[in-house]
Design a protein around this ligand. Structure first.
Ligand SMILES: C[S@@+](CC[C@H](N)C(=O)[O-])C[C@H]1O[C@@H](n2cnc3c(N)ncnc32)[C@H](O)[C@@H]1O
Length: 235
């Protein structure tokens, strides 16, 4: 990985790859493949050793809001395949590679099994299970400076259902954040624009000094995904 702070916004100009339709492959799969092959973030993720293009979303959010500082204790909800964990490990100095800087900690959870990320502690867990937040609190064993969630339920194909599911995931993540965040801490979560996120915004505004809604450049423009970044937890 060749991560540098502030290095997340480089542009890249390349010739477009065209994918021919093939017998047995649906048009949607051909278009998906073509988009992947032409996506500069997919290429950069491969070149820079990240497990997915999602890594650039947290890099861009952190370049702007600066919450992944050396020494920070981070909880990453919905962390598979591990791109956000990779970024967090490097930026909070979880491996102690930045000599003379504080050493941070990264705890990730996901429904799916995750290939180990050096420097991160990862557990397989459905965060919506009863008692899941208590398990995370036990593993954490104290306070966190950052709670971040990129959780997304598998698409049902029904936009409104998907929206309500992601709001539920986001609210569960916020509940954990209210319990474990250190005063001054940061909460970052993926939401889908679509109307039902208003209640969450109201609660966050009561508990944090600032609440921003951001669509980082790495988030595809044709997706309704955006990120809420709440900073300055009031306790
Ligand atoms: C977009 S991916 C996360 C990508 C990750 N940030 C990265 O950089 O590699 C969303 C993840 O949320 C996880 N997820 C969805 N619902 C979950 C739940 N109830 N509990 C835990 N993880 C969940 C999914 O398994 C999926 O791996």
């Amino acid at each position: 990985m060749t991560e540098k702070r502030g290095s997340s916004g480089r542009g890249q100009r390349d010739l477009k790859v065209r994918v021919k339709s093939a017998k047995g492959r649906r048009l949607s799969s051909t278009l998906w493949l073509e988009r992947q092959l032409n996506d500069p973030y997919v290429k950069r993720a491969k070149a820079e050793g990240y497990r997915g293009r999602a890594a650039f979303k947290i890099l861009e959010l952190d370049d702007r809001f600066r919450f992944l500082v050396p020494g920070a204790r981070v909880v990453d909800l919905g962390c598979a395949p591990g791109g956000w964990c990779q970024v967090a490990v490097a930026r909070v100095n979880a491996l102690g590679e930045k000599k003379g800087k504080a050493v941070g900690r990264v705890l990730g959870v996901d429904l799916q099994e995750v290939e180990p990320v050096p420097g991160a502690e990862i557990h397989q867990l459905d965060f919506l299970d009863d008692g899941a937040d208590d398990k995370v609190k036990d593993w954490l064993g104290g306070k966190a400076d950052v709670v971040m969630s990129d959780m997304a339920a598998a698409s049902s194909g029904h936009k409104q259902t998907d929206h309500l599911r992601i709001v539920a995931l986001c609210e569960a993540a916020a509940e954990l954040a209210f319990d474990v965040l250190e005063v001054g801490g940061t909460f970052v979560a993926k939401v889908l624009a679509g109307g039902a996120e208003g209640a969450l915004q109201t609660i966050l505004k009561q508990r944090f000094d600032k609440v921003a809604n951001v669509k980082p450049p790495a988030s595809r423009s044709d997706s309704s995904e955006k990120f809420v970044v709440a900073t300055g937890f009031r306790g």
